[in-house]
Design a protein around this ligand. Sequence first.
Ligand SMILES: Cc1ncc(COP(=O)(O)O)c(C=O)c1O
Length: 480
Amino acid sequence: MDKIFERIQPEPFRIKTVTPIKMLTSEERKAIIQAVHYNVFKIKSEDIFIDLITDSGTTAMSDNQWSAMMKGDESYASASSWFKLEASLKDIFGYNYVLPAHQGRGAENILFTTMIKKGQTVPNNMHFSPDRVTASGGIMANLIIEEGKDLQNEHPFKGNINIEKLLALIEKVGADHIPFIMITVTCNNAGGQPVSMENIRAVRAVADKYKLPVILDAARIAENAQFIKMREAGYGNKSIKEIIRETCSYSDGCVASSKKDGMVNIGGFVGINDEKLYEIMQSYCLMWEGYLTYGGMAGRDLEALAVGYQEGIDEHYLQYRIGQSQYLAQKLQEENVPIALPAGGHGVWIDSKKFCPHIPPEEYPGIAITTALYIEGGIRGCELGNLAFSKRNEETGEILQLPEVDLVRLALPRRVYTSRHLDYIAAVAGEVYRNNQKLEGFKVKKYATIKYRTLFLGQMEPVEKALSNSPESKIKQVAD
Ligand SMILES: Cc1ncc(COP(=O)(O)O)c(C=O)c1O
């Protein structure tokens, strides 16, 4: 029986409340995406059949979470709901102190403002946001292992930090110019790839040598723990909580968007062991997020999160969760759709360059793909490549450097779509890929004020004719 369960991996929940989704015609969708200037963020959610734009805050909550919300204590200060969340967070993560934030970026703002001094370099496997460390005066350094940049490499922990590069960076800039070493688990920008415990331990050893703190971006630490349990020797019989606790034991603090593993629609937190830092952070929390016992969340949100994190570390749930992206990856491969392998924790990433080899990189193949997926099947994916991450001239928007990989992410919301939905996604993507020669390039019609925010705020239009006859770019890719 167990073997059948392992093989089929049925959804470990029953569905009690549903949101009907409507299917427009492809003609209607064509008009809609044209009207929003090919910016999928601007499509009304009611006009989408399957929404894979993000796994962040899109979770379906459980009946336990909804009933806990009725107990939400909406007192401004020292509400009982906070103490339940505080206990839940300390139980799972083990930090001495925790502070609430409205979402991940609120937590980052508190910690980065407290710890980063202007001009300091922050190493990470890959920073998630292109501008938050920078906005705090820091300089970002992405030090992921080479295998993490190779979309076909089957390394089990492609999110690992390159320890030699980390040592070289510290020697080059000097430990005084580094506020902390960061590790993003799992590594979102590398396709949701995990970081091994061995690597985290090695980072700790480097940090100890140079007396540097280690800070985790813990948005998907439970999914990372599940990968460690599945792939790393010695962890098969450990509980997810034990693995998370061990991960955190090699760090001095964390920032977390709870909209992922916390199984809620809004929320975040900072974890920190040092009392002095905690005191400073309390002031920033108060200044930007709210009083220390709600940090931008309502009492009912605190309740939902206290329960949500406990559900997010359930092993049956996590097995199904990781199994879902593996299943989608397998179905896409059966359709010959070029994807990054192995599948990440929270979705599947399409290799845009291979999907559209005839479109030059500066004509945004990823936008051609997101447009086609929407018109063909009502599916909303997200370009995370040349539009999202190119380095630009901030005045003109001209691309100065392309990112190393050009991807479209199909992120899977938690507990929302069934395997039939995944079959449909793969079939649509397969059909679009078989007709890829019909896809054409795009150009930016209107930039956002900050040019690398064009993904969210800008406008695109199809190019009338190809910029060049060659799909090879004249712009070089980002060097390390
Ligand atoms: C790794 C990682 N860190 C931080 C964030 C930011 O979180 P939030 O959107 O809650 O501000 C995200 C969001 O997707 C993320 O994936």
